[in-house]
Design a protein around this ligand. Structure first.
Ligand code: UD1
Length: 409
């Protein structure tokens, strides 16, 4: 029996853990232990997601709550270490780039427990983002690195991560999206928000420290958002920290911007899928809108998910109000780019991840330390993964990746 410990801490983690829990349930000889760190704890930020995504109750809740970065990260480590010592899992699976991700990866790696990082290799090349630090560190102490897009593989290779540890598997967030889209389409959120049938609206999310913690930057963004709301209603389910910052800095929000409580997964997915335009600073939304074919304006200077621009419907517009407005007007005037769905974003990423971990960590099978190719390919021939789970992304030549910056677009 293989013991797999899966960790989730914050809202976007829950979306990524759900398909992994489902995939693991298909194996009689894998025991899955679900750990919630408690980084997010409000009903709207946590329980609502467990319900909507049909994730069972966590086996362990570390209840860390909010604190400064150092305190939150340290507290997760302190509370996670005894759990690892008690359960001694064969592998710890962490997802994304939040503080819980690095904290649990570090605690496990220090005990010599293999770490699998889902959504590895993404880089914004901006160390001012706490998530960028979490990504780089987690990747470099992980034993299995599961990537969503080719840029991630190139980043890891450039940083010297051995290719045998890297597996191109697709995107678990897309697994959830495709799995729940039909159910989300029955949400009554539109009528609850009193939006008439077919009425056009834009959807806004904003929560990154760089966007909302600085009063001047928040005001600048709202200059553009307020102007957009004079052409189209802007629905704004606000993250608790954003709402607090708006109140603290008395930022002017026009009546066309409808500030509402954070929504659950299904309601939000329903709203996103029918939006004329999405405005965001989130990472996940850039990917979700790409799959839904909904135009997305990312109000940041860089993205760690360049495929959403080169292949999808995302555009980096930075934080300049005039620039944001110009792009929004162009979309509202009907000039919409037709994106494509990136390769392997097909709803089966979690299946691939669990299949690989099962094969690599099953007793009697050892990781080949000398393997030079990304392990999915080598693993596939050695352990006969189903053909449908194969990927050939390693054949993409290594280039000097140029980070996507808003200023260059
Ligand atoms: C975290 C992640 C970010 C992710 C985001 C999704 C890190 C470094 N950041 O940011 O990458 O995109 O989650 O939401 O891990 N709060 C509540 N209720 C909650 C949780 C938080 O009110 O359930 C408030 C608290 O005031 C807290 C603040 O939000 O101090 C920030 O929470 P925190 O978990 O530190 O980071 P996020 O901004 O949510």
């Amino acid at each position: 029996m293989m013991r797999m410990m899966l960790v989730a801490g914050a809202r976007p983690n829950f979306v990524k853990i759900a398909p992994l829990m489902r995939a693991v349930a298909g194996y009689d000889d894998i025991e899955a232990i679900l750990v919630h760190t408690g980084q997010h704890y409000d009903r709207a930020m946590s329980d609502a997601f467990f319900n909507d995504l049909e994730i069972r109750q966590p086996d362990i809740n570390l209840n860390v709550g909010s604190a400064s970065h150092a305190v939150q990260t340290a507290e997760v480590m302190k509370r996670f270490e005894p759990v690892l010592l008690e359960y001694v899992p064969d592998v710890v699976v962490v997802v994304g780039d939040v503080n819980s991700t690095i904290a649990c990866a570090l605690a496990a790696a220090k005990l010599g427990i293999p770490v699998a990082h889902v959504e590895a290799g993404l880089r914004s090349f901006d160390r001012a983002m706490p998530e960028e630090i979490n990504r780089v560190l987690t990747d470099h102490i992980s034993d299995f690195l599961f990537t969503t897009e080719p840029s991630a593989q190139r980043n890891l290779r450039r940083e010297g991560v051995p290719p045998r540890k890297v597996f191109a598997v697709g995107n678990v967030m897309v697994d959830s999206l495709l799995g729940f889209l039909e159910k989300a389409s029955h949400s009554d959120v539109l009528s609850r928000l009193r939006l008439g049938n077919g009425e056009a609206y834009a959807l806004l999310t904003l929560h990154r420290p760089a966007s909302v913690d600085d009063a001047a930057s928040l005001r600048r963004l709202f200059e553009a958002i307020n102007a957009i709301s004079r052409s189209i209603p802007v629905l704004f389910p606000a993250h608790p920290r954003t709402r607090a910052q708006i109140e603290k800095h008395a930022v002017e929000v026009d009546p066309g911007v409808r500030l509402i409580e954070p929504l659950g997964y299904l309601d939000f997915l329903c709203l996103m899928s029918k939006a004329r335009l999405v405005l965001t600073d989130s990472g996940g939304l850039q990917e979700e809108t790409t799959v839904l074919g909904v135009p997305c304006l990312t109000m940041r200077e860089n993205t760690e998910r360049p495929i959403t621009i080169t292949c999808g419907t995302n555009r980096l517009v930075g934080s300049n109000a005039r620039n944001i407005l110009r792009h929004a007007r162009s979309i509202l005037a009907g000039r919409k780019r037709n994106g494509k769905i990136p390769r392997l974003w097909d709803g089966r990423a979690a299946e691939r991840i669990v299949a690989i971990l099962y094969r690599e960590l099953s007793p009697g099978i050892r990781i080949d330390e000398n393997r030079q190719q990304p392990a999915l390919i080598a693993g596939a021939s050695e352990f006969s993964l189903p053909a449908a789970l194969l990927d050939r992304s390693h054949e993409i030549p290594l280039q000097n990746e140029i980070p996507h910056h808003a200023s260059s677009l």
